[in-house]
Design a protein around this ligand. Structure first.
Ligand SMILES: Nc1nc2c(ncn2[C@@H]2O[C@H](COP(=O)(O)OP(=O)(O)OP(=O)(O)O)[C@@H](O)[C@H]2O)c(=O)[nH]1
Length: 491
């Protein structure tokens, strides 16, 4: 006699099949609905029209996550051949033409179907600030030429403008802290030190700065639910190229035919033009009267004398605030770590001085030895380095050291807080990323809500609940269950 299984009734079999199908359907829908979608990207392009050159940066971020930090990355950069756009004042159409190759690269790098929606910005810095001071109609004509060229691109051109020094400093600070993921996490921020060709910026948050003492140096931000009172100052004419002009102007005040410059290597010998040297608002009012057309620029290679002449371009004699950096500019107490980029990095990297644990005295000794090295020997040792850069590293290293220690008051204790950087997580340190994040509203004032559960957690919970519901359902059908008699049924 075979015993009949009480579960093998049509009702229980149908309920079980329907239940299993329902669970499978429920879990499948949960998985499909919440499956990560194939990644789509958006793009943004920023042209940094600096005093010495123009550079193009392409940024990329996942299309559905515009509001999350740490996700925008630089995917490409292109250095425009030739000088900065401010140098094209006498041939403005060439300013537009100079951008052609990099714009062509951008067209290839950004997928064609995204061209129309990709914002394109051009921001000009100290070179155009100076041209605008010197000759505002010439700067308008240059802008008109670059705008005309960029309007022809397939991207969504959002305009070209001159950034104020304050914007340049503040956006550089945003870039550094965004890339380091410090803003979203509300961590202590990093100060930003930017050394360009025509201006230099210092930006940091300090506990003893609320903006009241010097409101013109204050920028207030609310980012991801945190408030920041940023101190920032841009020194026009204190970028490394204009600072060199000021140092040379200091040495040619009397209009000599020859100068023996301690900031250039012994054996350096170049004929330079007075009108070219003094063709900048940073020095033009000091042009010596009755000077010859040219002067002979000879190198002497003496670091301590170079320090003296470099110091002479800073004014430390007056300060109407509780404390100043130089030229009567307010600066609160330095605080926290600093990232130093652009020319700070190029110069210190070349001089093998990016390691800030090297004591300042050793840095001075290294510069003393480097500056005194004969020019021929320097050229022989670095055949691949552009001669213009090579000739100026002694001056530039001395200038950076003076700016940081005498200008901004970094001491032996605080100097190691500086990190010389070029890139952070693959993106160049500079104002461009911060500028784009601001214009595209990609950093929210308040912290974005994050989903309560990750995808895997969500699917697991749906599965467990579905099985539980099914078991409860089966249990609730108990009255319908076939009764089990104690006596085995005889068939
Ligand atoms: N040694 C070296 N110097 C560089 C290099 N690229 C740029 N420079 C110089 O570094 C200085 C700063 O360059 P940038 O950061 O591009 O400055 P910029 O945007 O032209 O100048 P601003 O308009 O003042 O911001 C300039 O004097 C450049 O000539 C490089 O690859 N090596």
């Amino acid at each position: 006699m075979k015993e009949k299984n009480p579960w093998h009734t049509p009702v229980t079999i149908i309920i079980t099949v329907i239940g299993v199908i329902a669970i499978v359907a429920l879990v499948t829908v949960a998985v499909l609905q919440n499956r990560p979608l194939a990644q789509k990207y958006k793009y943004g392009i920023v042209l940094d029209a600096g005093s010495s050159h123009t550079a193009l940066y392409i940024y990329e971020w996942p299309a559905e996550k515009d509001n999350n930090t740490g996700r925008v990355e630089q995917t490409h950069s292109c250095k425009v051949k030739g000088p900065g756009i401010s140098s094209y004042a006498s041939a403005p159409s060439r300013a537009g033409e100079s951008l052609r190759d990099c714009m062509q690269e951008a067209k290839l790098r950004v997928p064609g179907k995204r061209h129309l929606e990709t914002p394109l910005y051009l921001g000009a810095t100290a070179g155009m600030r100076l041209l605008n001071i010197e000759n505002s109609s010439a700067s308008d004509v240059v802008f008109h030429a670059v705008e005309e060229a960029l309007q022809k691109s397939p991207f969504s051109f959002q305009g070209a403008r001159i950034l104020s020094g304050q914007e340049e400093g503040a956006f550089g600070w945003v870039t550094v802290n965004y890339l380091d993921d410090r803003l979203k996490q509300g961590l202590e921020t990093t100060g930003a030190l930017d050394l360009g060709g025509a201006s230099t910026q210092i930006s940091f948050v300090s506990d003893n700065f609320d903006g009241s003492e010097s409101p013109e140096n204050a920028v207030a931000f609310r980012l991801y639910g945190n408030d920041y009172n940023l101190y920032t100052h841009s020194f026009l004419c204190y970028g490394k190229d204009q600072a060199l002009r000021m140092v040379l102007a200091q040495q040619t005040q009397s209009g000599p035919g020859t100068i023996l410059d301690p900031c250039f290597h012994p054996g350096y010998n170049e004929t330079k033009n007075y009108s070219v040297l003094y063709d900048s608002p940073c020095v033009s009012d000091r042009k010596p009267q009755g000077a010859p057309a040219t002067f002979t620029h000879l190198g002497k290679g003496n670091f301590s004398q170079c320090l003296d002449v470099v110091k002479s371009i800073f004014n430390f004699t007056y300060c109407r605030y509780s404390q100043c950096s130089f030229n009567g500019v307010f600066q609160p107490l330095l605080q926290g770590p600093f990232g130093a980029f652009s020319a700070y990095y190029f110069v210190m990297n070349f001089l093998n001085l990016t390691d800030t644990s090297i004591p300042l005295d050793t840095v001075r000794k290294k510069l003393t030895s480097y500056c005194s090295t004969p020019w021929d020997q320097i050229k022989q040792q670095h055949p691949d380095v552009k001669v213009k850069y090579l000739a100026e590293y002694c001056f530039s290293g001395t200038y950076i050291l003076t700016l940081l220690t005498e200008g901004y008051n970094f001491t032996s204790e605080s100097y190691p807080n500086i990190k010389f950087i070029k890139k952070i997580k693959g993106s160049d340190a500079g104002w461009t990323l911060g500028y784009m994040l601001n214009l595209t509203n990609m950093i929210p004032a308040e912290a974005p809500d994050s989903p309560p559960l990750p995808h895997a957690g969500y699917v697991s919970i749906v599965t467990v609940i579905a099985i539980l519901l099914f078991v409860l359902f089966i249990l609730s059908l108990r009255p319908l269950w076939p009764r089990c008699s104690k006596q085995p049924q005889i068939i």
